[in-house]
Design a protein around this ligand. Sequence first.
Ligand code: FAD
Length: 354
Amino acid sequence: MPPLAHLAWPFFGEEHRRFGARLADWANKEVGRHIDHADVDQSCRSLVRALGDAGWLKAVVPAAYGGLSEKLDVRTICAAREILSWHDSLADFAFAMQGLGTASISLFGSDEIKAKYLPPVCSGRHIAAFALSEPEAGSDVSALATAAAKDGPAHVRIDGLKTWISNGGIADHYVVFARTGEAPGAKGLSCFIVDADMPGLEVAGRIEVIAPHPLATLRFTDCRVPLANRLGGAGEGFKVAMATLDIFRSTVAAAARPMCAATPVSTAAGAMGAAAGAMTGAMAGPVAGAVSRRPMVNRRPADIPVDMHVPIHVNVPVDIDGPVVPAVPAGAAAPADPAIPRKAAPVPAGAPPG
Ligand SMILES: Cc1cc2nc3c(=O)[nH]c(=O)nc-3n(C[C@H](O)[C@H](O)[C@H](O)COP(=O)(O)OP(=O)(O)OC[C@H]3O[C@@H](n4cnc5c(N)ncnc54)[C@H](O)[C@@H]3O)c2cc1C
């Protein structure tokens, strides 16, 4: 069972403790039997349905549409992601994407749109996805090139490519961001719900990753979408995207916690090594299939100051049921850990990651 003692901390309430304890108990019995890493699509479908049947997806929709609380509660979503991720990252993924693929609807949809899309996501009968990233637009959302041109009084036609789209290929709807041109850059984007079966939307390719999950590149060609499917006003797409990410970004840290929480400092240093390896790969050129076609970093891991180990030693969250790292007074040198090399080994140019 994942450790839950931190839910006693004062910024959690009784509702989070009850939610966490019940979910941990359910996940312990249920998650494993829905997972087959050789068939991630079927695993995700099965996990989403099981999470819906058991009522856990109520955490990602507002109460008016079957959810737990009036607005999405970030602490509940964090608790859920941490517990599910402790069991399997695919379980966390199945849960989180139902929220990421609907928060824009919860926040900006009309009553009619919310009534149509939220209940089936909450019950696990409908799979959601969020399509923002493009081959040339990742962090820089204002560089989006996918266009939604007006097509008569009540429709737009979407053309362009989206990539790295989680649940791509298995989703029932995609929340899609496209350029509508009201103003340059971030002020000229709008957001639309595109149903998976709308003509002109196709899966251009699946993306394989080290931790397999459904991930795809989507192509939109003359994809005709009703204006009624727009979330927020014309030109408000950037605002919709950022408001959605504001909720879900912090929950990513909760999902990552099981990977480092019960981790001794020496393993955290190992994780740094793995990250450095990945950066080496990124240095050598764009990561295969990555969103951006540009190299991601321009410094070699060996260039990173060895002192980067110090904040890790001091700040890595330590499982409160596990070993406690002695606090280091401000300004004092961290105690030497024999498992942490004091000098990063030089990495040969073009070396593969890892
Ligand atoms: C497993 C996986 C699932 C994903 N699922 C989805 C999804 O469901 N939907 C979706 O829309 N996208 C998804 N993405 C894409 C993801 O959101 C993008 O990868 C992300 O936005 C970063 O974009 P990028 O990869 O192009 O990196 P870049 O934008 O090229 O950034 C590379 C690095 O440079 C840093 N950087 C960038 N700009 C600056 C700056 N101005 N100043 C300082 N540092 C900067 C970034 O922080 C990052 O560390 C997924 C990605 C992955 C890996």
